[in-house]
Design a protein around this ligand. Structure first.
Ligand code: NAD
Ligand code: UDP
Length: 345
């Protein structure tokens, strides 16, 4: 069975490639490499000893996208491709709306034309905005608070609308909570450009000495210790969630939405402590002002994914920290410092 992964060279995409290949799927990756490196796909090939069919194509390039559907028999699409930096989306909203939404429209039109109607889509917990209560259920109110989040919310609505007159489509919308961690080999992980915006890559870069200290954004939230609480999920668990979602869309369920999280929240200070425990590195920090737009607490109710997909996150916070550290320690400059081998075609 052949699966097309848009954005498959990225952080979550490459980890999903590994699990799909290990499970015996044939995979085709499309990526414009705007936020990724082909070296990551080389690592996937090396780790699995399997070939990946790779197209360096932009989703907005309808002609070349269509050629992929002409050249291959595709059974389903996992649609990761998108821009994801909240701050950048505020600075360049039109770029974000065009890339994420127009790209998805072009993809769905071509899928429809080629009769490929099984889709797994990467959405985000950001579509819940400021939650009225936690845990967050799939039917909790939706209210994205920035252009990035609104692209996810709008795409979700587009997909639900697409289904209404086209009931032969089968779509799983996955709302990820906070993916961290890396492949246990230490060969694959998150490779942010410049200074990281997210907590875990910032911590690991402090750990390796690239950054001086962590700035903790506020310690006066109504949480266990005043710092923000999030539902961190190991990227390998997240990748495995895509295999379960794929099985689900193969069984013709229509369109449905699932939270992918652990159901447990950790504060920033708890993450720092867990990281220090497993890495034996001290993480100096200072408390600074709250980051605009941040919320106090966000964690999932992941019961629906358990009951309907048969999926549950198994890796604990220490494993998440250990694998993040292993990746950073072995690749201080991300893929820039990893050796270049050529196994993809
Ligand atoms: P990533 O940036 O590592 O991967 C996304 C990939 O899409 C990149 O390789 C990029 O080059 C590619 N891409 C972007 N625009 C493209 C286009 N027009 N054509 C072709 N390729 C394009 O991000 P990730 O962390 O792997 O996230 C994957 C998906 O999950 C994204 O849609 C993201 O919004 C969503 N998501 C991520 C997180 C997170 O914290 N990492 C949380 C929730 C949702
Ligand atoms: N955070 C922090 N310092 C940083 C980055 C993040 O204190 O340098 C906090 C942030 O305020 C939030 C948590 O860590 O409470 C997770 O932030 P991240 O950006 O990773 O995820 P998101 O806020 O998008 O859920």
């Amino acid at each position: 069975m052949a699966i097309l992964l848009t954005g498959g060279a990225g952080y979550i995409g490459t980890h999903t490639c590994i699990e799909l290949l290990n499970a015996g799927y044939e995979i085709i990756v499309l990526d414009n490499l705007s936020n990724s490196s082909v070296k990551a796909l080389n690592c996937v090939s090396e780790l699995t000893q399997k070939n990946i069919k790779f197209y360096e194509v932009d989703l907005l390039d309808a002609t070349n996208l269509e050629n992929i559907f002409k050249e291959n028999t595709i059974d389903a699409v996992i649609h990761f491709a998108g821009l994801k930096a909240v701050g950048k989306s505020v600075e360049t909203p039109l770029h974000y709306y065009h890339n994420n939404i127009t790209g998805t429209l072009i993809l769905c039109e071509i899928m429809q034309r080629y009769n490929v109607k099984r889709l797994v889509f990467s959405s985000s917990a950001t579509v819940y905005g400021v939650p009225k209560s936690v845990p967050i259920f799939e039917d909790s109110p939706l209210n994205a608070t920035n252009p990035y989040g609104r692209t996810k919310l709008m795409i979700e609505e587009i997909l639900r609308d697409l289904y209404i007159p086209n009931e032969d489509w089968n779509i799983a919308i996955l709302r990820y909570f906070n993916p961290i961690g890396a492949h246990p080999s230490g060969r694959l992980g998150e490779d942010p450009q410049g200074i990281p915006n997210n907590l875990m890559p910032y911590i690991t870069q402090v750990g390796i000495g690239k950054l001086d200290k962590l700035k903790i954004f506020g310690n006066n939230y109504p949480t266990i210790d005043g710092t923000g609480v999030r539902d961190y999920i190991h990227v390998v668990d997240l990748a495995l969630g895509h295999l379960k979602a794929l099985e689900k869309v193969m069984s013709s369920p229509g369109v449905d939405t699932y939270n992918l999280g652990t159901g447990r929240g950790y504060s920033v200070l708890e993450i720092v402590e867990a990281f220090e425990r497993v890495s034996k590195k001290k993480i100096p920090y200072e408390i600074v002002d709250r980051r605009p737009g941040d919320i106090a607490t966000c964690y999932a109710d992941a019961t629906k994914a358990k009951e309907k997909l048969g999926w549950i996150a198994k890796r604990d916070i220490e494993e998440m920290c250990a694998d993040s550290w292993n990746w950073q320690f072995n690749n201080p400059n991300g893929y820039e410092s990893s050796k270049n081998i050529h196994l993809i075609n």
